[in-house]
Design a protein around this ligand. Structure first.
Ligand SMILES: Cc1ncc(COP(=O)(O)O)c(C=O)c1O
Length: 484
């Protein structure tokens, strides 16, 4: 094994006395020795056991580590429900401009005018795209947006004296964060079944709506990549009972400029700015999950929101009914900034084009994948689709996970597997609009070829990576996060 493939940790190559740098002796005059400024009780007896390495080893170590990740900049990344589209590098340059990047959130509003103006317009764009006029930029991820909107709903019903509304209805195809957010916000999550065609079962929904229903959370297009065609019937049913409709906006990439949640009856929604509007994400962050709500819910939004006074911008804290802050400062400004650049670059026509291309790419890939895999739900699909490896399991004892792991050997990030839960052996694929036809064809050809490989080759994959098949349950339940 040569240097560039070394799996050694920095601690293992550490040699006492090696250094990347030397600090000059402190030349600031002090009245007392530095040691006496900090009481003994707060001082470590020994210096921390940090690795001691030279600069070249340090650089090689981190550069090599960086090449072990799959990223949208290195590989096709069809991870369903995650919208892993290309993140334009221009946005990185803009976000790094010192006038923005070097701001401190505790500066006075008067010295933050550029950033506040940008955030104000971002609020306006998100309101326009959703058809819901009041926006909070604070939530730091989609899941936090869900939770925030449910707190808003709870405050609204409390204010109306409708405290009997304890239930949040959630389709069985929903992302796990939906029932989790409902429970965290103090509601009882009730599952609504899907039809065999993959849409909300209206009979089951009717049976579950009642005077105790607070909110129905719906994802549209849903996680099977299908547009809920009866959405207006659904929102009317809920509104007739005085309940609210929440749109999980993770799948906005399919409908930008084509339809608006506010127009089809949603009262609240979150955005995943990191997905739809190109914030670089993956590996757990960073994210941004602003929410947009109808006017009558605006008083309950987290304070502060950004407002315009003449030609100045400021933070409005005077919101007596607000649920309070859900995040420090103004939200995840770095990701909001990139989203703003994206929206400004594309404009209304460009955003519509994004969704049309995303849907076209998904349907193309769906048709190619259907040459060798089950696709349980009738098309056309929206921006993603769900295939199933159940046929392969029957035929050859090959599972969705085996296909996903083998794809890594061919240089592809795996699709989402085993989600949504309503599809056995699910492989959920979202190509996004930024991929070329050649990439989609190459990926489909690989999937079709893998299908015919020796089953053992698949069951033991990946074969070309530094880490082979990990025990994912153990890794999640007993994570080893320290070197020793
Ligand atoms: C349908 C759906 N809803 C909600 C979320 C939660 O979003 P986030 O990961 O930003 O918290 C996701 C994330 O994958 C999702 O796919």
């Amino acid at each position: 094994m040569n240097n560039t493939q070394s799996t050694e940790l920095l601690f293992e190559i550490s040699k006492t006395g090696r250094r990347c740098h030397r600090l000059p002796v402190c030349d600031v005059p002090v009245d007392e020795p530095l040691e006496s400024l900090l009481p003994d009780a707060h001082r470590a007896a020994e210096p921390p056991p940090l690795p001691e390495v030279g600069e070249i080893d340090l650089i090689r170590h981190y550069t090599n580590l960086s090449t072990r990740n799959m990223s949208i900049d290195t590989n096709f990344y069809p991870l369903g429900s995650c919208t892993m589209k290309y993140n334009p590098k221009r946005h990185e340059r803009f976000a790094g401009l010192p006038g923005f990047a070097a701001l401190h959130p505790l500066q006075d509003d008067e010295t933050l005018q550029g950033m506040l103006e940008l955030l104000f317009h971002m609020q306006e764009y998100l309101a326009e795209i959703s058809g819901l006029p009041a926006v909070s930029l604070q939530p730091a991820a989609g899941a936090q947006g869900e939770l925030t909107a449910l707190f808003v709903a709870a405050a609204y019903f409390r204010d109306k004296g409708e405290t009997q509304r304890k239930k949040v209805l959630v389709p069985d195809s929903a992302h796990g964060t939906n029932p989790a957010s409902a429970a965290l916000a103090g509601f009882e999550a009730v599952t609504v079944k899907s039809t065999p065609g993959g849409l909300v079962d209206l009979d089951d929904l009717r049976a579950k709506i009642g005077p105790d229903t607070a909110v129905f959370m719906i994802t549209n297009p849903n996680t099977l990549g299908l547009f809920e065609k009866q959405i207006q019937t659904i929102t009317t049913l809920l509104h007739e009972q005085g309940a609210l409709v929440y749109l999980d906006g993770a799948n906005m990439n399919a409908i930008l400029g084509i339809t608006r949640p506010g127009d089809f009856g949603a009262d609240m929604q979150h955005y995943n700015v990191h997905k739809t509007f190109t914030g670089p994400h993956g590996g757990g962050g960073p994210g941004s999950g602003p929410i947009a709500v109808r006017e009558f819910l605006a008083p309950y939004l987290p304070a502060p929101v950004v407002v315009q006074d003449g030609d100045r911008y400021r933070l409005e804290y005077d919101m007596p009914k607000s649920i309070g802050r859900v995040r420090s400062f103004f939200g995840n400004v770095g990701i909001l900034f990139r989203g703003y650049c994206y929206i400004r670059t594309l404009g209304p026509d460009g955003l519509k084009d994004v969704s049309e291309q995303a849907v076209l790419n998904a349907n193309y890939l769906r048709a190619r994948v259907a040459e060798g895999y089950d696709i349980p739900h009738a098309g056309p699909c929206m921006h993603e689709f769900v295939a199933s490896a159940r046929g392969l399991l029957r035929e050859k004892k090959i599972r969705a996970m085996d296909i996903a792991k083998r794809l890594l050997d061919y240089g592809y990030h795996a699709p989402t597997v085993y989600f949504p839960l309503v599809v056995p052996e699910a492989l959920m694929m979202e190509p996004t609009e930024t991929e070329s036809r050649e990439t989609l064809d190459a990926f489909a050809d690989t999937l079709l070829a893998i299908r015919n490989e020796e089953p053992d080759m698949l069951r033991t994959a990946p074969h070309t990576h530094i880490i082979s098949r990990a025990d994912e349950v153990k890794a999640a339940k007993e994570p080893v996060l320290r070197w020793k």
